[in-house]
Design a protein around this ligand. Structure first.
Ligand code: SF4
Length: 365
């Protein structure tokens, strides 16, 4: 049975910001919700939308993203930016270009800025760090980064520079699937990085991919359990899109309806999470983005990467779905919502601090 909004399992489990283990009944609920169709599915999405409104109202956080570099030392099987994709033209933006985007092209609705790159410590040190140092002094923006698994020292330097949010996705919490897909490093190291970031005061957002080739319901439920154990501020779900120039290019695209079930389950399981609607949903169907906002998502992202480089930031394919401010504001309106005036990082920071209390059985994946 789908829990009524406001009676979420998450709230009942929180004890002073810490989360406990997961009861079998909850796992059963999530299994049926993930597989919901017909009336049950409509009711699932509606419950999730209500749960979001009870915690956040009708406000959708709006962040801008600048994709600063597409070099990557990792080799994820599902990503077009993997190091073995020799067909991709690699770039690092010049600092002046990043400054110009922030200084001259920042849409008024943006309250947060996210710097994103492949796992590229050069871009981190030479581009992102100095730019954050500058803008953190000048602008009242929530600053987040998505830069991969790097040395703790670099996380500390980024935080010292003024970044407060770190986006670091698991994609899958199943150790064997993680290894087979060549996800970044090892699952153990990724989890260790997330726990370090949480411990040192970052607002951490993670995520998973739904519809990966041969993904089982057990793997999906296990991944959701693991994500919930990590004291995150937010979490996203991306539909699997077979990426050009990847070993999975001929696999099947994820089912949109079932991906929306995952969005709703994330919201109902963890009502306080900031849950982004991801642009890849529109690659499944042009209605995907709006429908994610109606199924419990509450963050939208405007792409600020200069058009000359967007095609080369090829997570899936060159022909991307670019979410401009106009498209984002339209989607928010179509979902019956309004842009938030508050940064997602400021909103997340106002929740009680939560220490990571990972069940012992999960500490060594
Ligand atoms: S998903 Fe991220 S870490 Fe993996 S290859 Fe792509 S850019 Fe690199």
């Amino acid at each position: 049975m789908i829990p009524a909004a406001g009676k979420s399992t998450d709230v009942s489990r929180e004890r002073g910001g810490e989360e406990e283990g997961f009861a079998p009944a909850e796992r059963d609920w999530r299994r049926s919700a993930l597989a919901a169709s017909g009336d049950a599915q409509v009711s699932l999405w509606a419950s999730a939308e209500t749960a979001r409104e009870e915690r956040f109202g009708k406000r959708i956080f709006v962040r801008g993203v600048i994709e600063v570099a597409n070099f990557c030392r990792q080799n994820c099987s599902y990503c077009g930016m993997r190091r073995e994709n020799g067909a991709l033209r690699r770039f690092r933006l010049a600092r002046e270009i990043i400054r110009r985007v922030i200084g001259e092209s920042l849409p008024p609705s943006v309250t947060d800025l996210n710097f994103q790159a492949g796992e590229d410590p050069v871009a981190l040190k030479e581009l992102v760090l100095p730019v954050i140092e500058e803008i953190a002094k000048e602008k009242r923006l929530g600053i987040s980064v998505c830069l991969g698994t790097v040395d703790h020292r670099l996380y500390d330097e980024l935080r010292q520079a003024g970044a407060r949010g770190y986006i670091i996705k698991l994609e899958t919490g199943d150790p064997e699937q993680y290894r087979l897909l060549q996800c970044p490093g090892t699952l153990e190291r990724r989890l260790e990085a997330i726990r370090y970031l949480v411990r040192t005061g970052w607002c951490v957002s993670s995520g998973l991919i739904h519809g990966l080739p041969n993904q089982t319901l057990d793997q999906l439920v296990g991944t959701l359990d693991l994500l919930r154990s990590l004291s995150l501020s937010g979490c996203s779900v991306s539909p699997f899109i077979p990426g050009e120039g990847t070993p999975l290019s001929s696999e099947k695209t994820a089912d949109l309806e079932q991906t929306l079930n995952v969005v709703a389950v994330l919201r109902l399981s963890s009502p306080r999470w900031v849950i982004p609607a991801v642009s890849a949903l529109n690659l499944c169907d042009s209605s995907g983005y709006v429908r994610a906002l109606r199924a419990g998502a509450n963050l939208a992202t405007i792409n600020l990467t200069p058009s000359e480089w967007r095609g080369d930031y090829q997570l899936y394919r060159r022909n991307r779905c670019i979410m401009t401010e106009e498209r984002i504001l339209q989607a928010i309106e179509q979902a019956g919502c309004q842009p938030s005036l508050e940064s997602w990082i400021a909103a997340s920071s106002s929740f009680p601090p939560s220490a990571s209390l990972v069940p012992a059985s999960r500490s060594s994946p």
